[in-house]
Design a protein around this ligand. Sequence first.
Ligand code: 13P
Length: 257
Amino acid sequence: MRRKFVAGNWKMNTLSRSAVELASALAKAVPARLPAVDVAVCPPFPYLSAVGAAITGSGVVLGAQNVWHEKPGAFTGEVAVEMLLDVGCRWVILGHSERRQVLKETDELISRKVLASLANGLPVILCVGETLDQRKAGQTESVLDGQMQGSLAGVDVQGIGQVVVAYEPVWAIGTGMTASTEQAESAHLHLRRWLEIRYNPGVAAATRILYGGSVKAQNAQSLLEQPDVDGALVGGASLKVDDFLPIIRAAETARKS
Ligand code: 13P
């Protein structure tokens, strides 16, 4: 049975005070590891340490939103895997569509980041997802295949055990246009079949696949009840405890059909 996983991607939001307030309130509401759900928050780099301190000893763990794949050295403005581990990160989000589109990250660069993270023992949340044009053109599955193939190049069976996949249709991110439960389940099932072919049935059965894209308290339950939806990667609704907590609760109660 795959444990559910709810992660908050704070993106480029909060300041030091609001970050710590949010983290502290969440830690208070989730004081210990939940029986069936893992919870993580991924604040901006400058607040990782402060948020890490605020959630210490709670059921919430720390993640980062990006990393650079080289060893520490002359890479002005970048952050190394070792640094993320040093400040207590247990996850790093890679391949987010905002980085693919705005920062022009390629699958090749993402795969380097994935490999560097895994080599150093930092588990990865790997995001994949199609644009609206690609969906309309019937290319959803081929786009997902290409992103999986490229971003996981060189990742072996052992490495994939430290990867969580997040299906985030670009058209659903920050738009309020959530994928229907059928659309989400169909994409997740496709991704699971891809894992089975590329790796093996055991990997396909064990790998967690999260859904991301306008997840809210109102739609979380039905999405999380889909057999192949193992959790949620939440943007906007992770910035308020009153919005984020119901999503965690929905993951706790979601039944597997
Ligand atoms: P929203 O929940 O704001 O749509 O963002 C989703 C997302 O991009 C999480 O990584």
